[in-house]
Design a protein around this ligand. Sequence first.
Ligand SMILES: CC(=O)SCCNC(=O)CCNC(=O)[C@H](O)C(C)(C)COP(=O)(O)OP(=O)(O)OC[C@H]1O[C@@H](n2cnc3c(N)ncnc32)[C@H](O)[C@@H]1OP(=O)(O)O
Length: 355
Amino acid sequence: MPYIKKNCVVPSTFTQRVSTMEFHFDVHKIFLEPVTKLDSSLIPPRRPLISSSEAQKQIMTVIDEIGKASAKAQRLPAPITSASRMQINKHHLYILKDCTPETAGRGVVIGFLKVGYKKLFVLDQKGSHIEAEPLCILDFYIHESLQRHGFGKELFNYMLRNEQVEVQHVAIDRPSEKFLSFLRKHYNLRSTIPQVNNFVVFEGFFRDRKASVKTPPAKRPEGEIKPYSLTKRDCKNVLKEEEGLPWPFSQSQSNLNRASSLGSSPTRTSSRPLPGEGDFMKSLRACRPHSLHRAANSEEDPTQRRRTSAMNFSRGLMAQKNCYSRHISHSPPLLARRPPVDGIKEQRKTGIWWN
Ligand SMILES: CC(=O)SCCNC(=O)CCNC(=O)[C@H](O)C(C)(C)COP(=O)(O)OP(=O)(O)OC[C@H]1O[C@@H](n2cnc3c(N)ncnc32)[C@H](O)[C@@H]1OP(=O)(O)O
């Protein structure tokens, strides 16, 4: 397990030279703390020891490189963390550097954690959809050579303290098997509440929350049901971006297509309703949640991981519609297991999409 020595995170078993993400400049001059928190300004809380324009350039290089390393480790088709993405989103990036004397004068980063608040519809245990804006874990990476040394836990705990959030209250954007194992081991998070989007939440998500969660507006007479904030939009015609629909309803079709290729949690760029949105909302009321989302423990092709934010929504939509149109109040058994061979073939046969 690591321990803190002279404000630095150092693994107790650490004897060999660190081989991590190195840079041609000295990371210690831009990140003065063991963990540096960045927001969209990309300006560290403690002023770098070099000119601000040079610091900005180096910080952007670090973010781009660690983003690439994370994407490679997760076998994502493209990085979901980059300097330019940081600048346009309200995310927080925690960067952990190595502070051992061996790395003095060199640029060495151990890993990073990216989080951000997102509006989501989250299903509770009873299958009711709840509007929430939880802190979401968006990207998490520790360099391969230093995994299983306790750095991930140090960084994660630092983030929880800094964001003042309980671990069971976070939502996680398609966690990897390693991350699920990490959460089981360190936080005893095991049972998930099935969702129809890419986010995984654990039991306890709805308990003792400081931030408010609310159920959508009271049901209108049949035929007039409108999802959350559609009414608001109808009235005002304009929604501020921050007040857009929760994911998954915040996506325009074109954005869905783009998001699916990038694999990230999509950003809100449009407040136009999706085709079939109303049906989906109705079906959410008519259907209990099912394991459309990959079961937390299920195995999956890593190349497919986190690729399908948008596609999964479409699949969820289709499956929910399917469920609704057949007036089924429980998930059909088919939905509770993964496709035997190929989800697409299965979909063609059954009309039901797999997640
Ligand atoms: C929302 C998302 O970001 S999902 C993507 C998460 N990131 C990745 O999958 C990238 C590759 N993995 C990593 O970067 C790291 O393994 C992390 C970030 C998941 C965990 O960081 P670490 O520093 O390794 O974690 P730490 O040392 O504190 O905890 C170790 C525990 O994490 C889990 N873990 C870490 N590495 C592995 C691994 N290779 N295989 C299985 N479990 C692992 C295990 O539970 C492990 O405990 P164990 O060694 O007793 O089995």
